[in-house]
Unconditional design. Structure first.
Length: 136
């Protein structure tokens, strides 16, 4: 019987809340997904795990940036996370480097994303300037 993605995420999240070897847990997850032919669900499972952990007080924030975060920016991100998750016991901010971001940051929570990158702002500006409407 195939367990649901939500159930799978809950099991993984519960194990991650315990003191475990992260590499071993990662291998076990990969082996399970491969053996069950469910590797295409990995991103969804990881978002569900992040949500489960957030519901249990551990909020994970992934920042996608071109350059390392300054301490002031990291503090601002933590402040936003505390506003969104006032019951958080722990906030973990990790960085992913992506030179295509150019500047700014994309901030990802379990089921939310805030795109403050230069590219997103330029795309929004382009949309606004090329929008056609009923305006004369």
């Amino acid at each position: 019987m195939k367990i649901s993605r939500t159930q799978l995420a809950a099991v993984i999240a519960q194990r991650s809340l315990e003191t475990v070897n992260v590499q071993t847990l990662s291998r076990e997850i990969a082996a399970y997904l491969l053996s069950e032919g469910r590797t295409n669900e990995l991103d969804s499972v990881l978002r569900d795990v992040m949500q489960y952990r957030a519901d249990h007080g551990i909020v994970e924030v992934i920042t996608v940036v071109a350059y390392p975060l300054a301490d002031t920016v990291r503090a601002d991100i933590e402040s936003v996370a505390r506003e969104l998750y006032p019951a958080a016991k722990q906030i973990i901010i990790s960085q992913e480097r992506d030179e295509t971001v150019i500047g700014g940051a994309r901030i990802e929570f379990a089921n939310e994303q805030l795109d403050l990158s230069v590219r997103a702002k330029l795309n929004r500006f382009k949309q606004l300037t090329t929008a056609t409407g009923d305006m004369p």
